[in-house]
Design a protein around this ligand. Sequence first.
Ligand SMILES: [Zn+2]
Length: 292
Amino acid sequence: MKKIILFFVILLFQVSAFSEVKVVTTTTVIYDLVKQVGGDKVSVDYLCRGDQDPHFLEVLPSYMLKIRKADIMFEIGLGLELWAPQLIDGSRNSNLKLVDLSKGIDKKDIPAGKIDASQGDIHPYGNPHYWLDPNNVKVMAQEILDALSEQDPVNADYYNSNYDKFVKSLDEKMKQWESKMSKVKGKPVIFFHASWIYFAEHFAVKIAGYVEPKPGIPPTPSHNAEVINLIKKNNIKFIVMENFYSDNAPKQISSATGAKVIKVPVAVFGMDGINSYIDMMDYIVNKFSENI
Ligand SMILES: [Zn+2]
């Protein structure tokens, strides 16, 4: 009898180990969401580190290997990962399911006319930085829930309850974030890169301008001068930048105006101690409310 039980235990273990869903994500924010929803039924890896600019990722064979082993790949979409198609081709994984998480997002900054790529604008299909609005993260988690449940219907209830738990904790956090951000409401802020429109609309922060003349175009002296004037005229308190950009121009602008430079992570693992989406938003919200 004992032997038979042991046999079934081993069999069950093997079946569950075999059926584990293998996921690769382009960014670490998606990685965290897959962990939250997938729990221990999913193995997940990511491509772009949290302290790297997700617009530009070197095409490495090790990334292709990660994709080769995956059942599902999740991406932000909207052209953020222009490097992804080459990696997917190189992975030669014909069974890969690619899920674009921007599907259900209310997209912003969609260009009215045709964008000339030679101008260097790296947001040609609209603004891809939608994960900085926590409401959009719920939409992303829902998309992940659907994809995991379709891939692994046996565990659909498990994924569902994980999703519910995550949304509940996010809702609680959102109340805290909104109350902390209430003093920043309507205040003008300068940002380095055009990645903050979703965040700014959610928390009613005013985007006064950007250090980059256009998304992906490095700062220029003449544009810096415009930003300096803007800060002086509107008594702007700080410049917010992702921590992977060079702070040369923000520092110059800061020394000419007295506005502070605030560096924040915009991805999970973007800084020591930032191990989840909630950690990241806590950090960002605290920086805004402490410096206004
Ligand atoms: Zn961008």
